[in-house]
Design a binder for this molecule. Sequence first.
Ligand SMILES: Cc1cc2nc3c(=O)[nH]c(=O)nc-3n(C[C@H](O)[C@H](O)[C@H](O)COP(=O)(O)OP(=O)(O)OC[C@H]3O[C@@H](n4cnc5c(N)ncnc54)[C@H](O)[C@@H]3O)c2cc1C
Length: 433
Amino acid sequence: MTSLPSSIEIVIVGAGPAGLACALVLASKGVPFLLLDALSEGQNESRAAVVHSYTLEQLEAVGVTDTLVSRGIHMGLFTPVADNGSTPFIYIDITGSLAPYTKYPYALMIAQVDVERILTARLQELGGVIHRQKHVTKVEDVDGALVVSTDSGESIRAKYVVGADGSKSVVRSSANIAFLDPHTGKPSVATDDDLQIVLADILLDEPLPPSIPKDRLWGNFDKNGFVILIPLKSSIIEPKPNTHLYRFAGTVPQGTAPHSPEPAYIQRIIDERGPGSSHADSPNLRPKVAFIASGSRYRVRSGLSVQFAKRMPISGGWVLLAGDAGHIHSPAGGQGMNLGLCDGIRLANALIAVTSGVEHADKAFKKYNDVRRPAAQSVITMVEGMTTLFAGHWLVENWVVKTLRNWTLRAVFAIPGVQTAAAWRLSGLVHRE
Ligand SMILES: Cc1cc2nc3c(=O)[nH]c(=O)nc-3n(C[C@H](O)[C@H](O)[C@H](O)COP(=O)(O)OP(=O)(O)OC[C@H]3O[C@@H](n4cnc5c(N)ncnc54)[C@H](O)[C@@H]3O)c2cc1C
């Protein structure tokens, strides 16, 4: 284990997607930093599974886009159904809509663990180091510096501390930055009303029923919530003969999900609400779960930090937030990891401008806050709208209202320009500066 310096200008806390992206940009420009993470290795549980067009464009600057693109599945169509019907209630031709505007006109389906591994490998190529098993316990604002303390007794004096330490950010709380529910304006905390989702990386037996696509998401939205199957590639899951890897995501009532789901548990949800589960379908049309590589459960809620950049009163140093430390929300539309990666890149560019003397800190970090906080706010609004439209109780429990919703959505998505607008927002291209 290498010892840490006692002082350095930039400390990044957290080597998830946001911290890695920030570190990569700094490393690519030769700007020194210290990257700390509490864990002994990267996480490998089921989490995000999609990288969107804008993020791929942004990651070009650090030379990882080609590798990501070559490792994932390119989803060119988004065609979820309602009540296990055969006609999509939303139809978005992502490739057709985005091809004139970007080199990456698709949603790239790839496990978060692989995204993190590709970023880490590139960081190492550029000479960057992740100091692991360094749990940051507090960041203090003292005369002349911010002091970052770890549970192994180190103290590092810094001028800029990046909080990329996830939704329970110690950096954010040390700086007294409130993390609020954007609707109530009250602190964002877990409640029993939160939506609960079970995630699992599963191997499905051959033959796959014809209803399950191998190149795009299968999604069903009904009164019990949603079930989604996403074809996936993953470097950490050993392939088994005659099986296909999918990411399963399904909403379940609070308190009913096991911590680590077994195949029988996922199979039951697929049999009830997955492909081939409508009464008219033969049981032979249902996919069979052969194996679960990893599984998790989590609660969905929204939270947004009141500021992404704070000049600390005593030292004059800056606390800067990126990724889940700044925002959390529903996984609808697969936006969380993308926001975090783009925050990290944008923040690194602001840090480079400040440390090289090109821009004053007040201006550069205000701009960072003014660009990325509204981007997070607009994603929260979009994904909450999607969650309500797809799974809102008042919409899906009343047969008449639901039928009206499905017809309306089909008609709306047939209007020229609507698909492009939707694809533009989902892809993040709307946040291009
Ligand atoms: C179960 C689950 C499922 C998800 N599913 C999806 C999905 O389907 N689609 C989607 O888009 N998003 C999903 N997300 C969200 C997505 O994973 C996050 O948006 C993304 O990981 C955010 O990246 P980040 O770098 O901000 O934070 P994180 O990935 O949380 O990384 C934070 C890092 O900081 C480290 N750290 C934390 N505290 C400290 C400390 N005190 N000291 C040092 N290091 C610290 C952690 O070890 C970690 O490595 C899911 C999240 C979870 C938890």
